[in-house]
Structure formats: C-alpha cells, structure tokens
Design a protein around this ligand. Structure first.
Ligand SMILES: [Zn+2]
Length: 176
C-alpha cells in the first residue's frame, strides 16, 4: 500500500490523542495528521513527527479535507478516540458523496450546455431558411428558371418584360 496522508484534524485539548511516532508519546490535539502507512495501518502524528517521518507527503493535500486541520465534531472526536479506522471510513463515505454530487453537477451542466448548443443550431437553421437567396444562388438556377418560363408560358424569357417571372421561378427552385 502507498503511504498517504488521509486527513489533518483538530480536537479539544481534553480529547487529545497520543502521537504514534516511536519514542514520542506526546498528546496531540491541533493538526493531528492521520496517515495510512505502507503496511496499511493507520497512524496519528503531531505536526513535527509527521514532517520528520513523512516529509515526502507534505507537498500533497490530504485525501480528505483541505489540510487546514478542521475541528472534528463531538461525534467525530468520539470516533477518533475509539477507532481511527472508523473515522477514516466515515471520511471516505463523505468523500464519495462529494464525488457523486460533483459528478451529478457535471452531468447537469453538460445537459444544459447540450440544450444551448441545440437551441443555437435550430436558430441558425431558421435564420438560414429565412434569408433571401444570394445573387450567386440565383445565377446558379437562372438558366433552369428561364427554361421553365419558356415552357410554362410559351414566351421568350430573355425579353426584359419576363425578368420578374424568371426571378420568381428561380426563387421557387431555391425554395426561398
Ligand atoms: Zn510525535
């Protein structure tokens, strides 16, 4: 198991715990460092002993909480005194709940963003549908429109008088 700083917690002086560094035995109540050792066992250490024994863990935040040494609630203090393993299990549970909440928030956010993208796309299509045809588009169907006018009305579409009719046919062809 990889050595890991799990939490930094604080308790009232009356609830202090004994630092488990060999030969230390000091009571610790502020910034109690809860460490999972490489043999899987939990240990609690004062700041000095933690830095001396686990200096390589200092740069990383603890797995639970900020590392500010949050004060435990009365219930948590009791659990710490009785069974550190149980307190850590409780931290893990809280940690999982937070992860789940974050996951749900992310999911919700993605849904909102997806809906916004779809709305923008619908709007873009609507604007596209409503815009008048460009000159290039009209030109592209000009010959076809003239042929239609010639066929439908039996007139010479190249005469200026029929330009409006040709344009109308061209717009019909373009669907605009
Ligand atoms: Zn110590």
């Amino acid at each position: 198991m990889i050595e890991q700083l799990l939490a930094v917690v604080g308790v009232d002086k009356a609830d202090r715990v004994v630092c488990q560094a060999q030969g230390c035995g000091h009571g610790v109540y502020r910034r109690i460092h809860v460490v999972r050792r490489d043999d899987g066992e939990l240990g609690v250490f004062g700041s000095d002993c933690f830095e001396r024994l686990f200096g390589h863990l200092i740069s990383k935040p603890p797995r639970y909480g900020s590392g500010e040494g949050r004060e435990l609630t009365a219930e948590e203090r009791q659990i710490l005194a009785d069974n550190t393993e149980r307190l850590i299990a409780q931290f893990e549970e809280e940690h999982q709940v937070l992860l789940e909440q974050a996951r749900l928030r992310r999911e919700q956010q993605e849904k909102v963003e997806q809906a916004a993208r779809e709305r923008a796309e619908r709007l873009r299509l609507e604007v596209e549908r409503r815009r008048p045809p460009t000159q290039a588009e009209l030109t592209s169907v000009h010959q076809q429109a003239k042929a239609l006018v010639r066929q439908k009305f039996n007139v010479d579409p190249d005469l200026p008088g029929w330009a409006g009719l040709v344009l109308a046919e061209a717009r019909k062809l373009l669907g605009r």
